[in-house]
Design a protein around this ligand. Structure first.
Ligand code: SF4
Ligand code: SF4
Length: 283
């Protein structure tokens, strides 16, 4: 396994190596106010309509086809369109199947971090080498402006209670992932008027926790979400925030806000016909 070939964690690799996302995780365990569930998870993806959900079995056929069509795919990831660990059976089964068939491919997951902890030991056994966690706030007062609710241990928690559990679990998950020697990227969505002045503090804390790279992702207005009135951050704002955050931790600046079913080089779109055909299969 060559970590240098991960197109998202290594800017030098993104023009030569691609990734495939397996969209096996439709449900989510939190409600971000910028999210409209008809769209892909903004944790890791551009808000384009999700083209489909695959079962773990369908995902394996899809993967085989993608390998035939696209060269130099170095990593297979699960990034929604909901949260991988709100769908743990589908996520873990898919990772097991992929690892059994492709012992050398890099595996990756992107999550909000709420419910990943119980799976980290098995992720390490499966040689999942890269995990992305979206951390938008470290302070309760900011978190309550971003999240409507959190579902944890079968209970829906609103306001401070939900946000505090989410933030606590994210920090614990990052520590545990680093203990298992897994590379961690943190995504932080820049939401103007909400967390723009807080991102430097996020960068400082992530650096202290040993996070490998921080991806400050410009918020993208999502129709139908509670935040649809908020405008995208300006290029200057994004540049300034990345500069400040860069004093603490390496910055990812080549993110293309890719979809939960992306395949190929960053920015490539998936084979929608194949996705549709697979969904018509029974299994
Ligand atoms: Fe890259 Fe994120 Fe996909 Fe992993 S889940 S391959 S970090 S885009
Ligand atoms: Fe939407 Fe992703 Fe947030 Fe879940 S974690 S609410 S799918 S943006």
């Amino acid at each position: 396994m060559n970590f240098e070939n991960h197109p998202c964690f290594n800017a030098k690799a993104h023009k030569a190596f691609g990734r495939v996302h397996l969209p096996v995780a439709p449900r989510c365990n939190i409600q971000c106010k910028f999210c409209n569930r008809k769209f892909d998870c903004v944790n890791e993806s551009r808000p384009g309509v999700s083209s489909g959900i695959l079962t773990p079995y369908q995902a394996m056929i899809y993967l085989e086809e993608v390998f035939k069509q696209k060269k130099n795919i170095s990593v297979a990831g699960i990034a929604g369109p909901g949260d991988p660990f709100a769908n743990p059976e589908e996520t873990m089964e898919t990772l097991r199947l992929v690892r059994a068939k492709y012992p050398d491919i890099m595996l990756c997951v992107a999550t909000n971090g709420l419910s990943i902890a119980p799976y980290i030991d098995e992720l390490a056994e499966l040689k999942v080498s890269h995990v992305t966690i979206t951390v938008n706030a470290l302070e309760t007062g900011i978190g309550t402006q971003i999240y409507s609710w959190v579902r944890y241990n079968k209970r829906v928690l609103r306001a401070e209670k939900g946000v505090e559990i989410l933030m606590k679990n994210q920090i614990q998950a990052i520590k545990k992932l680093k203990d298992r020697n897994i590379a961690v990227k943190v995504n932080t969505i820049i939401i103007p008027g909400i967390n723009e002045d807080h991102i430097e503090a996020v960068a400082a804390k992530m650096s202290e926790l040993g996070v490998d790279i921080l991806n400050c992702v410009p918020y993208y207005p999502n129709k139908g979400s509670s935040f649809e009135h908020i405008k995208e951050p300006s290029k200057e704002m994004v540049k300034e925030i990345r500069k400040k955050a860069g004093a603490y931790i390496s910055q990812m600046t080549h993110c293309t806000r890719c979809r939960a079913d992306a395949a190929g080089l960053l920015g490539d779109i998936p084979d929608l016909l194949l996705m549709k055909r697979l969904q018509e299969c029974e299994q």
